[in-house]
Design a protein around this ligand. Structure first.
Ligand code: APR
Length: 231
């Protein structure tokens, strides 16, 4: 099989919607129930850390009770069977990509990760995180979820930039394209000459920036798209 180009895939909350995990900005999305200032900013954590730890404990429980859907599984298959490299970058903090057998770059951190606010040590998060859990490394009671909040720097940005500069195909799946830097990835990929495709239930903020748009629920359109790439 001819060596095919590198594919970079960006996923957002929409890929996990059919697994029962809420999105953020859809009707009754998470940001319609919680003020993101309170639960997804360092200031919110400083104001009321218990509220934040409880919020992520609830999301971690939801994620643990959810299962990957056909879209996650299709991307894992693509990664295993495609001749070229397939890089999956997710904005999601759930672990459904990993649980479907895929390798994934968590640019916004992960619900299953814990971080020490005092010494930056990272370790696997307990199912229920306690505010005063001592850090396994420095013992400080400064545990927080290892999730990137608004105003903080997303992870792995240098690696991601390199992938965007060297890919021949860029796909965004289930993201509203409203949060940077992820929303700018399509332009970076297009600038490097990649073909760009958006797979989403409906049009997004970034739809005009894509060469192609495949509309429909991820669990239907992603498997079909993967099949077309592997055939
Ligand atoms: N199949 C495909 N797409 C879907 C589905 C589905 N079943 N359901 C919803 N979508 C699409 C919506 O049309 C929307 O474009 O998923 C997108 C969800 O958008 P958001 O809720 O804004 O989620 P996301 O784009 O991942 O948010 C980005 O914002 O709050 C921060 O850090 C948080 O990572 C998150 C970032």
């Amino acid at each position: 099989m001819a060596q095919k180009g590198k594919i970079v895939i960006l996923t957002g909350a929409g890929i996990s919607a059919e697994s029962g995990l809420g999105t953020f900005r859809d009707k009754d999305g998470l940001w319609t129930k919680y003020d993101l200032e309170d639960v997804a900013t360092p200031q919110g954590f400083a104001r009321n850390p218990q509220l934040v730890v409880d919020f992520y404990n609830a999301r971690r429980a939801n994620a643990l009770d959810a299962a990957p859907n056909a879209a996650h599984t299709a991307l894992s298959t693509l990664q295993k069977q495609y001749a070229g490299e397939v890089i999956i970058v997710t904005q999601n903090v759930d672990d459904l990509h990993e649980r479907s057998g895929a390798e994934v770059i968590h640019m916004h951190g992960a619900l299953m990760g814990a971080l020490c606010n005092a010494c930056d040590h990272r370790w696997p998060a307990p199912r229920v995180m306690g505010l005063t859990d001592p850090c396994p490394s420095c013992d400080a009671p400064a545990t927080r979820p290892d999730v990137v909040w608004f105003g903080e720097i997303p992870y792995f940005m240098e690696d991601i930039a390199e992938h965007l500069q060297s890919c021949t195909l860029f796909a965004a799946i289930g993201t509203s394209g409203q949060v940077y830097p992820a929303a700018g990835f399509v332009q970076e990929a297009a600038y490097s000459g990649a073909e760009t495709v958006e797979l989403n239930l409906e049009a997004s903020e970034m739809s005009p920036a894509f060469d192609r748009h495949i509309q429909g629920p991820a669990s239907e359109v992603v498997p079909r798209w993967v099949e077309s790439l592997l055939s």
